[in-house]
Design a protein around this ligand. Structure first.
Ligand code: ADE
Length: 257
């Protein structure tokens, strides 16, 4: 997997690409992560890329020609063209399913916006897809690109040491993750749930699943409805025992879709 990032603030990625699980993956060559300064494609000695909006109004707009030149240059090479994505609040909302989809690609280009955004014509003349990390507005696409790289990078084979921890994660099964505990066994009078000390793997597995279901029912009932079709019989039974109405609703909705 190779990821190219285009940004006017490459320095933001300096620490990001070297630390933690992702840093190791980059070091080991499992994930190629190259950060490019969009200003390298500016066609003037001031390396300026933005101009005033036609029609007036506040803020500046990133010009199309240098952005298109940059994207096209990065899209060249390789046996197949990469998935080219531009980060922005009006895009398709990024989720775990999309992370899985992107993790299956060989190459991704991520274009980060700033200011008021890009000249709209970049979308007419490229294969860029717009992608948002949620319904809020950031100052630019860089932090959003980091979110995408983190979520996608850890799904690349070999990046996370224990593959079970990726499979187990919240959202992989449409459930929030169960709570975790570590030493000391007691914290300010609060003990670890007894079952976790029992050594009985089946009881522990069942307890964790029950906790995950209860958490999801109370905090993210929308996720239960969205994921019902993918749930095992065991998970459906647990949801039914905790929230029968929600289970009926989710089952009904999944029959209709
Ligand atoms: N840039 C600004 N806001 C954004 C968002 N919500 N998602 C992705 N990129 C953005």
């Amino acid at each position: 997997m190779h990821i190219d990032i285009l940004t006017i603030f490459p320095q933001l990625f300096e620490a990001f690409r070297t630390v933690g699980v992702l840093g190791k993956a980059v070091e080991r060559g499992l994930v190629g992560l190259e950060v490019h300064d969009l200003r390298d494609w500016a066609d003037n000695k001031w390396r300026q890329l933005d101009d005033e909006p036609y029609g007036g109004g506040a803020g500046m707009v990133l010009q199309a020609p240098p952005v298109l030149a940059a994207v096209r240059q990065l899209e060249q090479g390789g046996s197949a063209p990469p998935r080219s994505l531009v980060l922005g609040p009006r895009g398709r909302v990024f989720d775990q399913a999309m992370a899985r989809e992107l993790a299956a690609e060989d190459r991704i280009v991520l274009l980060c916006g700033r200011y008021e955004g890009f000249d709209e014509r970049i979308f007419d003349h490229s294969r860029l897809e717009e992608i948002s990390i949620g319904d809020y507005v950031l100052g630019g696409g860089e932090v959003a690109a980091m979110v995408v790289v983190e979520a996608v990078g850890r799904l690349v084979e070999g990046v996370v040491g224990d593959p079970d921890s990726v499979i187990d994660d919240s959202f992989s099964f449409g459930l929030l993750d169960h709570p975790c505990f570590t030493r000391p066994a007691e914290v300010e009078g609060k003990a670890v749930p007894e079952v976790l000390l029992s050594g009985n793997h089946e009881r522990i597995r069942r307890w964790r699943l029950q906790q995950a279901v209860e958490l999801t029912v109370t905090r993210r009932p929308d996720l239960i409805k969205k994921s019902w079709a993918r749930y095992s019989d065991e998970i459906r039974e647990l949801v039914r025992s905790v929230a029968p109405d929600l289970a009926d609703n989710a089952a009904e909705e999944s029959r209709c879709t």
